[in-house]
Write a protein that binds this ligand. Structure first.
Ligand code: S3P
Length: 172
């Protein structure tokens, strides 16, 4: 079984992915972690030292290599992964993709938590008072990609446990 979780930053892809993987007895992987391991550098450092274009190139390479070689997994990809190159086609041809659909309000609430700020280079410099508008515009651009996932799960007002349960029921 091959499952890819996608959705905007801070929608809980990794935490929900871990719970789902446990439930389905599958290994869990996080694409950002695979990229960091390959580059021996954190995601913010890659953005800072090499730039976003370089990051997107490596992101595609690591994704394709992973999907070519692995046969059983839950993979959480980055918020931008489905929106660049042929990543989304590649994901949809080779796996069951699941969009964790969160409202602007939920994303805003999750992203505003201080501990999340520094590890996300795309929002680390956005002022708090501009964050909601930034998310609204960015999500407007990205939603058409996310909506091409095989399955969409609304995650507002649900616990991560409930979301993992809902996804697993759809995988039968
Ligand atoms: C990004 C999301 C991040 C990470 C990178 C770029 C994006 O992953 O891949 O900072 O373009 O939305 P998360 O969605 O796990 O935060």
């Amino acid at each position: 079984m091959k499952i890819v979780l996608l959705g905007y930053m801070a929608s809980g892809k990794s935490s929900i992915g871990k719970k789902l993987a446990k439930k389905l007895n599958l290994p869990f992987k996080d694409l950002d972690e695979l990229i960091s391991e390959k580059e021996e550098s954190s995601i913010p450092e890659i953005f800072k030292n090499k730039g976003e274009i370089y990051f997107r190139k490596i992101e595609s390479e690591v994704l394709q290599k992973f999907l070519e070689n692995e046969h059983n997994f839950v993979l959480a990809v980055g918020g931008g992964t489905p929106c660049y190159g042929n990543n989304l086609d590649y994901i949809n041809k080779n796996t069951t993709s699941v969009y964790l659909k969160a409202s602007i309000k939920t994303i805003y609430k999750n992203l505003s938590k201080v501990k999340n700020k520094d590890k996300r280079p795309l929002v680390s410099k956005v002022k708090s008072e501009d964050l909601q508008e930034f998310i609204a515009k960015h999500l407007f651009e990205r939603r058409p990609f996310y909506e091409k996932a095989h399955l969409t799960i609304d995650i507002d007002h649900k616990t991560q446990k409930e979301i993992a349960q809902e996804i697993s029921l759809n995988m039968r």
